[in-house]
Write a protein that binds this ligand. Structure first.
Ligand SMILES: [Zn+2]
Length: 412
């Protein structure tokens, strides 16, 4: 009879495909998704030895746009409660900028997370020094407007720098003797939902995570919203500190986004250059609705990531600026390259696990049966990977506690 024979052939093909897959998947793991060397190409620029002030940051940005008018434009995109400017720096190769994609690197939503600003400014200097001479950077700038907003919360930063190094929020006068809104709880998607307000402690105005009187109540978040709507972003990283994590939506819920595989695949490729751990942020200690990633992804489909840069206790340690900033260049470069189609993922997110394209092709032969077993194997591997990289075993909430003891008393 033909039927059993057909089954045997199918079984044989399946066996071969699993062997091939197994070999390829192990190879993928062994090679660390393909980027073993975290050292950026081209010119390595020096890092500052002390943290910028608001004034020194502003004057540096003005100097750069004056010195490199063909590459750099600075735009004041908004004004804070205390009348400080929020400035965006755009870098792109000369050409039709309106036809280009937009990529954003931003820092310092949280006032005490000083290192996050330095990472963005270091990226500015690195991109500028390599714009014309390093092919990878030139290609990014030919295809995209790369935007840098190093200081989303200048009022809070100056207050943290001059008066209270643990200050986290902006400087809204809440009118009841308290000040400040947590800007990364004030964005307008699922604001204050998902149990965040359950026991009331987080939503009182004195809370370090006070989400504000309404969504987008703050000039700083309105500015980022309006900027993003005017310049729809394909990719963004919001830098925070600390603990060495790459986080992605959703944050308001443990449920995954429909792009979960893509977020994980990007995260893995970026993490392969800085060694950071990955986490969907909704799996952290408590849900955090109203953050920038959730809103950007929801409103614009932006592949929006949060990086918690630097080891614990490093957020305000000037001796760590050079190490932390340099370690985060290649992850930013690869994220931008991926989102612009300049390089391809070395994995296939639709199949739940990063595996080389070749092994997927080999599985096309046995067809449906193979695909079913392939899926089972993928799922098992994904669980293993989650155990290693994801929630639960990750220690992410420990990082928040550590963070709270040093600088921040809060979380992302
Ligand atoms: Zn933060």
């Amino acid at each position: 009879m033909a039927r059993p024979r057909k089954s045997r052939i199918l079984a044989s093909l399946l066996f071969i495909s699993v062997i091939l897959l197994s070999f390829s998947a192990e190879a993928s793991t062994a090679s660390g998704a393909g980027y073993a060397n975290p050292t950026p190409p081209g010119v390595i620029v020096p890092a500052p030895t002390s943290f910028h002030t608001y004034d020194s940051l502003m004057s540096e940005i003005m100097q750069l746009s004056a010195a490199y008018p063909d590459l750099v434009t600075n735009v004041t995109i908004g004004t804070t409660w205390e009348n400080r400017s929020i400035v965006a720096l755009r870098m792109t190769m000369p050409g039709n900028s309106s036809a280009k994609e937009n990529v954003l690197f931003m820092g310092l939503h949280h006032a005490d997370e000083w290192m996050s600003m330095e990472v963005v400014m270091y990226l500015v200097h690195y991109f500028l020094a390599n714009a014309k001479t390093t092919p990878e950077i030139r290609a990014i700038l030919e295809k995209a407007n790369v935007w840098f907003i190093p200081m989303v919360n200048p009022d809070g930063y100056e207050y943290s720098r001059l008066h209270d190094s643990l200050w986290r929020k902006n400087r809204r006068n809440n009118g009841d003797g308290t000040f400040g809104v947590d800007l990364n709880r004030n964005y307008g998607y699922e604001w204050k939902t998902g149990g965040f307000a359950a026991d009331g402690s987080l939503i009182v105005s004195s809370s370090i995570e006070y989400p504000g009187p309404s969504s987008f109540s703050e000039p700083e978040t309105q500015v980022i919203r309006d900027f993003a709507l005017a310049n729809p972003l394909v990719f963004s990283i919001s830098y925070h500190t600390a603990g060495e994590w790459i986080l992605f939506p959703w944050s308001y819920t443990p449920a995954p986004t429909t792009a979960d595989g893509v977020f994980r695949a990007y995260s893995q490729e970026m993490a392969s250059t800085n060694g950071y751990r990955l986490l969907q942020e909704g799996h952290s200690s408590h849900n955090k609705p109203g953050n920038s990633d959730d809103w950007l992804y929801h409103a614009l489909g932006t592949l929006a990531f949060t990086f918690e840069v630097g080891p614990g206790y490093s957020s305000q340690d000037e001796q760590q600026i050079a190490g932390v900033t340099l370690a985060n260049v290649m992850s930013a470069v690869h994220g931008a390259e991926l989102s612009l189609g300049l390089i391809q993922l070395s994995c296939t997110p639709q199949l739940l696990l990063c595996v080389p394209e070749l092994s997927v092709a080999s599985l096309a032969v046995p067809g449906l049966f193979g695909a079913v077993f392939f899926g089972l194997r993928m799922r098992r591997r994904r669980e293993n990977r989650l155990n290693r990289l994801g929630p639960g075993a990750s220690g992410y909430s420990d990082e928040i506690v550590e963070h709270s003891r040093t600088v921040g008393r809060g979380s992302t």
